[in-house]
Design a protein around this ligand. Structure first.
Ligand code: CMP
Length: 136
């Protein structure tokens, strides 16, 4: 087992529906620790830059508009195999394909409004944590 850190975002749709505590509890119940937490409204520039790898995708503009539509909760999560385990706990990007019991299956509204983001690899985790928590 390797102790890892990963970046998690509780997205605007979940924040708007008072799901912050519910989602944090899912992580904590799975022995994942919240190491850092910050609630803020992302600027256009931050969202564009955070999702730069999707720049050429047709959904990029809509994704940026959605991610800046309301506050998000940024978290650094830590635990054994946290990157992979967080992705399992979140479920598939598209809630229609997510397994029962996953956060996205339970709470996501759509492929775009999918309630949570999680780093997809240890390399992305390092970039994403550094992006929002440069002093950690
Ligand atoms: P996330 O894990 O934050 O990474 C990129 C986000 O883009 C993804 O979650 C979805 O919210 C969104 N996304 C991915 N694919 C699509 C798509 N085909 N159409 C709309 N949004 C998408």
């Amino acid at each position: 087992m390797v102790v890892e850190r990963t970046l998690s975002i509780i997205k605007p749709d979940a924040v708007a529906r008072n799901l912050i505590g519910t989602i944090v509890k899912v992580f904590e119940d799975n022995d994942i620790k919240v190491q850092a937490m910050l609630m803020k409204k992302l600027s256009q520039k931050e969202a564009q830059s955070f999702y730069i790898e999707h720049k050429e995708r047709p959904f990029y503009g809509s994704l940026v508009a959605y991610m800046t539509s309301g506050p998000v909760v940024l978290m650094v999560l830590e635990g054994n195999n946290a990157v992979e385990r967080n992705r399992k706990i979140m479920g598939a990007t598209n809630p229609a394909h997510a397994e029962e019991g996953t956060i996205r299956k339970m709470y996501a509204e759509s492929l775009e409004r999918n309630s949570v983001h999680g780093s997809d690899s240890p390399t992305s985790a390092q970039r994403e944590i550094n992006f929002f928590f440069p002093n950690l």
